[in-house]
Design a protein around this ligand. Structure first.
Ligand SMILES: Cc1cc2nc3c(=O)[nH]c(=O)nc-3n(C[C@H](O)[C@H](O)[C@H](O)COP(=O)(O)OP(=O)(O)OC[C@H]3O[C@@H](n4cnc5c(N)ncnc54)[C@H](O)[C@@H]3O)c2cc1C
Length: 397
């Protein structure tokens, strides 16, 4: 093997975490290769999310998750602007529907203030209905989180990966050598860990299901309508994609199956429909154009599992459960500092000073063309539906 076949870093897994890590490390001068087992990048947990950049309102205080989300918030908007990627700082309105939920709102406000998150404001009921006139009149209280943002959940990591490729990163599988391996393999994180002889966590897949409505519904909400979160989940959200589809979801069900898009469950579909009826009744006058599912790479731990193993030149990046998009650049930055500090590896090239726009074009057959004739299948249903509008019959309900 010649020296130019020795990379600084191998990244296993091309989901949002692997793509953001590749983007950040190559920009900092590391010679990287990313290995993905699938034909397409961003086709597993990262292809089944809501596309929301959360501000961290329910991430535990002092957690690595909260730290990475805050770091991501500091840098991601500059990156999205420079890459000319769509996003909408639409804000979110967390609505309490009974006294038990109402009693949790002060704690959420206090948590956000202590952790120095973006602005968060209590709303009176009249302020709530002024902002969201189509909401059901059964609300008991609400808070507004202006920083909650929606992005294109497929284009964001894909353009980061293509930006890295333009700067010399390799994205494929072949015989290679590297100084360290970074395990970003999502739903297979614990299985890939065993290659290096570790078993410090177990993936406990958690399914989520969604209904996507026609763009005719775009004016029924003006912010993302959040429920009051529980210990287990953020709950079912009514939100709008960057392409103006209104979506209800995701649910949260434990599953044994690691398949990234499990079958649609009609009982859950009904539950989502009822959530819409209870929350924004007028939404249901509009057609459902698509439904999808996703699976979160949860573990028995609430926090991310980012563990440096210098004795094996192995960096574990696992259990990026439900905020991998929101924290992606913060995670990548944490990885960068671990590569330097825990493994003592310096970049083999100089850092890039700037981020440049990557040109891409949607095609009629559900793909996107990137520079050098590279074509990617759109694997995320929010992006796919937003740009192609696939109709399904409401009679499936
Ligand atoms: C229903 C739902 C809603 C969500 N909503 C949000 C949201 O709104 N905002 C947010 O921030 N987050 C959200 N998330 C969480 C977010 O999607 C995840 O945190 C994120 O996708 C995890 O990314 P990852 O790169 O770790 O995993 P993945 O996307 O699963 O990527 C891992 C990759 O590793 C590859 N791989 C596995 N094994 C190997 C191997 N042996 N060799 C090579 N490659 C391998 C896989 O093929 C895969 O491509 C949601 C998740 C779900 C399911």
């Amino acid at each position: 093997m010649t020296t130019d076949q020795i990379y600084d870093v191998v990244i296993i897994g091309g989901g949002v975490v692997g793509c953001a890590t590749l983007f950040h490390l190559i920009n900092n001068g590391y010679n990287c290769i990313m290995l993905e087992k699938n034909k397409d990048l961003v086709a597993e947990a990262s292809a089944g999310n809501s596309g929301m950049l959360h501000t961290g309102f329910d991430a535990p205080l002092g957690s690595l998750e909260l730290h990475c989300i805050q770091q991501c918030q500091l840098h991601i908007f500059d990156i999205l602007n420079k890459l000319d990627l769509p996003y909408n700082r639409i804000g979110a309105t967390m609505v309490a529907w009974d006294s038990a939920q109402m009693s949790k709102l002060p704690k959420i406000m206090q948590h956000s203030r202590i952790s120095n998150l973006s602005e968060i404001n209590q709303l009176s009921l009249s302020e709530l209905y002024q902002r969201e006139p189509n909401l059901s009149r059964n609300a008991t209280g609400a808070i507004h989180i202006p920083g909650e943002t929606i992005v294109d959940p497929w284009l964001t990591p894909m353009v980061m990966a293509e930006h890295a490729r333009i700067r010399g990163a390799k994205i494929y599988t072949r015989n290679i050598g590297s100084k360290i391996v970074i395990n970003c393999s999502g739903l297979y994180g614990d299985i890939v860990e065993k290659i290096a002889g570790y078993s410090s966590f177990k993936i406990k897949p958690r399914k989520g299901q969604y209904l996507i409505f026609n763009k005719t519904a775009k004016d029924v909400i003006s912010s993302s309508i959040l429920p009051v979160p529980t210990e287990i989940t953020k709950g079912v959200i009514v939100f709008k994609s960057v392409y103006d589809n209104v979506i209800i979801g995701p649910t949260a069900e434990e599953t044994e199956d690691r398949h990234p898009s499990p079958t649609i469950d009609s009982v859950i579909t009904k539950r989502l429909w009822n959530h819409g009826k209870k929350t924004v009744p007028s939404l249901l006058k509009h057609d459902i154009v698509h439904m999808y599912t996703g699976v979160r790479p949860a573990t028995e731990n609430k926090d991310y599992q980012i563990i440096a193993r210098p004795d094996r030149n192995w960096l574990t990046v696992g259990g990026i459960r439900s905020t991998g998009l929101s924290g992606c650049i913060g995670i990548a930055n944490h990885i960068l500092s671990q590569v330097k500090d825990k493994f003592g590896i310096e970049p083999s090239k100089s850092s890039w000073e700037t981020i440049q726009k990557v040109n891409f074009k949607f095609t009629k057959n559900g793909t996107v063309m990137f520079p050098y004739g590279i074509e990617h299948l759109i694997t995320h249903p929010l992006t796919f539906t937003g740009v192609t509008r696939q109709m399904i019959s409401q009679s499936n309900l």
